[in-house]
Design a protein around this ligand. Structure first.
Ligand SMILES: [Zn+2]
Length: 501
């Protein structure tokens, strides 16, 4: 048997885990990004157990993940059986047993699990950020076993009240720089306003999030995709089934081979889903729009564009979505990420997440997991590339510093009163109109590139992201608005100079 060779960092991670276990630690997390080969690393640890005649229980989060683990372990030459009713691979004599948390939980509860007969030395909890009750039950049944949790995102509340330590295999920055993961370019053509959107369990509800996306925004997804990624196999993430279907339909209406899949339904639905995924992998379908597929072990490394239309407050979900685009694949140079969900603006670049210390379940603010030196990215007003620098590394555009407007005086208070009296909600067309007028105003007066975007932002507090660079005739209202801004600016500047003098 030719076992796949381990990567250097995987071997290192195993010896770090061993050192921890040797020092008496029994419950550990192995953290590594999606694509770093956690299952392979676990396979080597399990192989060592098998070679000493010791038994392992590998607990998965779903049936699909059981199949995935099974094929990886077969490939690695392990002695595997599956603990699952009517599974072709059921064989209790095998040293390594793979099962779902749900099956195991049912069997333990109904006392159909004969744990005394099968002393287990190692318990692996796959996707350990999902904290199944069976984990705690197993810890009671096998008080001397080593419990190894595998996850890319050990951020769940209270994870540190069970596990004692985390071993991080390799940073995402390193995975990318060493070529194990793909590089990527991220754009934020649209950042939804999630203020007031209904929440449950700390995240926006799927249905309420879907309502943020009207048909125009979904239509814009196609034009942004055409500009940046028209030739790429693309995976889209929607909020709910209707939303994901609407995205697929919009692309289909532009002649793009598009389909929808979701993680719901019965066995027949599952079969249909697998067929659709196969068609995507074979290139028959170019855009696959999905919902609730993250826990299904769905893996399509050829994906070189992600369309994110699922706003989330969960850092874990953000990282898992992005991870779906960063697998390497023959002929794939990089991944284009079109974030229409504000997830990058909210959580940052995945490779800047460096703090994997476990949550101890103490109430309060969740800690910032980002690299201390890294800021949250913002979209470049000119090309929408997500950036943390002032000057855009992609197009070179540098917005005017915002604080050039200094003090507010009497006249201005009046102006803001007028503004306050206006309705708070503007349609995209109204915003486009205003921006287009600003472009003309700037051109007439010879202002530098970026003035219009800055002025737009002063009024709407966001950059004119998603608007087109189209000039329109300046209305009297906008002309007055700009003039009063100029007066405000001049007065502020005068004051500042007077103060300096
Ligand atoms: Zn730019």
């Amino acid at each position: 048997m030719n076992r796949p060779e381990l990567r250097p960092y995987q071997t290192q991670a195993i010896s770090n885990l061993r050192a921890s276990i040797a020092s008496g630690v029994r419950r550990l997390i192995l953290q590594a990004a999606t694509g770093a080969g956690k299952t392979m690393t676990a396979a080597e640890i399990i192989r060592c157990c098998e070679s000493k005649g010791k038994r392992t229980l590998f607990v998965c989060d779903s049936l699909e993940l059981v199949e995935q683990a099974l094929s990886a372990f077969d490939n690695y030459g392990l002695d595997v059986g599956v603990m699952q009713a009517q599974h072709i691979r059921t064989d209790e004599s095998r040293l390594t047993q793979v099962c779902t948390a749900q099956t195991l939980d049912r069997r333990i509860k109904s006392q159909r699990y004969e744990f005394e007969q099968y002393p287990v030395h190692l318990i692996c909890c796959d996707e350990a950020h999902v904290q199944h009750k069976v984990r705690d039950e197993l810890a009671v049944l096998y008080p001397n076993a080593v419990i190894l949790g595998l996850t890319a995102t050990p951020f769940s509340k209270g994870l540190g009240t069970f596990y004692q330590t985390v071993v991080s295999a390799i940073s995402m920055k390193q995975l990318i720089s060493e070529g194990y993961l793909s590089t990527y370019r991220a754009f934020a053509p649209f950042v939804p306003d999630m203020k007031g959107v209904k929440q449950t369990a700390g995240d926006w509800t799927k249905d309420a999030s879907a309502e943020v996306y009207d048909s125009q925004i979904i239509g814009d997804m196609v034009s942004h995709w055409k500009r940046h990624a028209h030739d790429r196999p693309t995976l889209a993430f929607g909020c709910n089934v209707a939303h994901s279907k609407a995205i697929a339909a919009e692309f289909a209406s532009h002649g793009i081979a598009a389909a929808h899949v979701d993680g719901y339904g019965n066995d027949a639905d599952k079969l249909e889903r697998e067929r659709t995924i196969e068609r995507y992998k074979s290139g028959d379908i170019q855009l696959l729009s999905s919902v609730s597929m993250l826990t299904r072990g769905f893996d399509a490394p050829l994906t070189s564009c992600l369309i994110i239309a699922r706003p989330t407050k969960s850092l874990s979900m953000h990282l898992q979505i992005v991870g779906r685009g960063l697998r390497t694949f023959a002929g794939k140079d990089d991944c284009v990420i079109l974030d229409h969900a504000g997830n990058f603006v909210r959580h940052g670049f995945p490779e800047d997440i460096t703090d994997f210390t476990l949550d101890l379940g103490v109430k309060g603010e969740s800690k910032d997991k980002r690299d201390k030196g890294e800021k949250l990215p913002v979209p470049c007003p000119s090309c929408q590339t997500l950036k943390t620098s002032h000057k855009c590394p992609a197009c070179g555009f540098a917005p005017e510093k915002q604080n050039e407007i200094v003090n507010v005086d009497g006249e201005l208070v009046e102006l803001s009163k007028v503004e306050a009296a206006k309705p708070k909600q503007f349609t995209k067309e109204q915003k486009q109109q205003f921006y287009s007028e600003l472009l003309t105003y700037a051109e007439k007066r010879g202002y530098k590139h970026g003035w219009a975007a800055n002025t737009y932002r002063k009024r709407f507090e966001v950059w004119p992201v998603g608007l087109v660079e189209e000039k329109r005739q300046v209305s009297e209202t906008t002309d007055k608005y700009c003039t009063s801004l100029m007066i405000r600016y001049a007065k502020g500047k005068g004051k500042a100079e007077a103060n300096a003098a």
